[in-house]
Write a protein that binds this ligand. Structure first.
Ligand code: ZN
Length: 447
């Protein structure tokens, strides 16, 4: 039905300037979003779509085995085919400038290679020297206190406590346990969170919970006038990720936050953290070190992991890179950006699931999330100069209210770039993330 001729006629009628000129904002945007999906889906012949769905579902199993057995060769033909069909899709959908732009637009409407090259270029230029300075610093964190067993039940209790503090609505969601944490929203009245409790790591579950809570707060606080429409959700992957990273990194890894909540953490694990003071704990949760696995990376090196994937995706779609060469290219880029080389493809080019499902253009969203979050933090601090005093007092509700007012309630009413401009007064600017990272880590590492 969604790609039927009838649907096309209806959308055509609603898009008519005479009609859309008289429509309210919400209706106009609903039609716009719907028409975008319709046009995109209509252009793909059903047989090609079917072939692709079968291919990607097989590819995911093949990828799993390939990763497990460190066997890139078995995954290679699948990845080649997935790229080839995506190139066909791009030709059918059409593109402006770089072919990869069409894929980027699926996750971050309006994003282009031109814009990303500029922001990533600036970020990289400043992130790499900062990382080098951090690595050379004699002031490294003491993380020995982390090497003990933390009871799962107590970890869960602390996660639930923090969720309440953040303003997560338990009448419209719940917390469960999983292997890979995620948040999922059925509608604003039912947005669930999962987290992961590692017995020997007390920090992991808290941070995963705070991260997923950031996603959930977004979905729980969509404006009521958008309920039941196609605008009732996060506007893009990048903006969604900005909400999770804002809470996880900018608030959840701040000194103010732990000044307030470290005592509560200590009380949840009687006797286990008594000899560790808040400064030691704070430095440990902000430990920076190049690592091989993206999902375990700290907030500075994370962006470098993304740049590797971005450059490879760009190369695959402009024809300058071949799938067969990816293990070699991957390792060379890790050496160049992070100074480390994966000992196997399992922890290198095969580590992420995304490509097996054809999700090209998705990775940049993670870094965009960091950049949007820092830009929002900058604006929020101007409007709320006592921001971190509020955090230190455990008064997080004004912060949540600001995000609801400026971001959450709008759902997909504004395009990402429009939304960011409305809230911060300018387009995406990587300078805010760079300044945030430099300021924070120069203090943490005594540079
Ligand atoms: Zn996330």
């Amino acid at each position: 039905m969604s790609v039927s001729d009838k649907m096309g006629e209806l959308l055509q009628a609603l898009s008519d300037p005479g009609v859309s000129g008289e429509s309210d904002n919400i209706t106009r945007r609903m039609v716009e979003e719907c028409k975008k999906d319709y046009d995109r889906n209509r252009k793909i012949p059903p047989e090609l779509n079917q072939e692709y769905v079968v291919l990607t579902s097989k590819a995911e199993n093949v990828w799993e085995d390939a990763k497990h057995n460190d066997d890139f060769a078995s995954f290679q033909p699948y990845l080649e085919k997935i790229v080839a069909i995506n190139l066909q899709f791009i030709d059918l959908w059409g593109y402006e400038g770089h072919k990869y732009n069409t894929l980027l637009d699926m996750y971050e409407p309006g994003m282009t290679v031109e814009k990303l090259d500029a922001v990533f270029g600036t970020l990289r230029q400043r992130a790499v020297p900062l990382l080098q300075a951090i690595q050379a610093s004699p002031h490294q964190p003491d993380r020995s206190f982390l090497q003990q067993q933390f009871a799962k039940e107590q970890q869960k209790q602390f996660s639930l406590f923090i969720l309440k503090e953040l303003g997560y609505d338990f009448e419209a969601g719940r917390l469960d346990e999983t292997v890979h944490p995620f948040a999922t929203g059925l509608n604003p009245g039912d947005v669930r969170i999962t987290t992961r409790f590692l017995p020997d790591d007390v920090v992991s579950a808290v941070m995963a919970t705070v991260h997923e809570c950031g996603h959930a707060l977004y979905e729980q606080n969509i404006g009521e006038e958008l309920y039941g429409t196609n605008l009732a959700g996060g506007v893009s992957m990048g903006i969604h990720e900005s909400q999770s990273r804002f809470w996880e990194n900018m608030i959840g890894r701040s000194k103010a936050f732990w000044n307030r909540y470290y005592g509560d953490l200590q009380r949840h694990f009687p006797g286990q953290l008594d000899s560790t003071d808040v400064d030691t704990f704070f430095h440990a949760v902000n430990h920076i070190e190049p690592s091989l696995i993206r999902i375990e990376a700290d907030e500075l090196t994370y962006n470098l992991h993304i740049m590797v994937r971005y450059e490879i995706e760009k190369g695959l779609f402009d024809g300058s890179m071949k799938v067969a060469d990816l293990p070699e290219i991957w390792n060379a880029k890790y050496k160049e950006y992070l100074g480390i080389v994966p000992p196997s493809n399992s922890v290198g080019v095969l580590q992420d699931v995304h490509w097996s499902g054809g999700s090209f253009g998705y990775f940049p969203s993670y870094s965009l999330g960091n950049m949007y979050a820092a830009q929002l933090l900058n604006t929020l601090q101007q409007q709320m100069p006592n921001l971190f005093e509020l955090v230190e007092a455990g008064n997080l509700q004004p912060i949540k209210a600001w995000l609801v007012e400026n971001i959450h309630r709008h759902g997909k009413l504004y395009q990402p770039n429009e939304l960011i401009r409305r809230v911060t007064g300018e387009e995406l600017n990587p300078e805010y993330l760079i300044k945030y990272l430099e300021q924070k880590y120069k203090a943490v590492y005594g540079l």
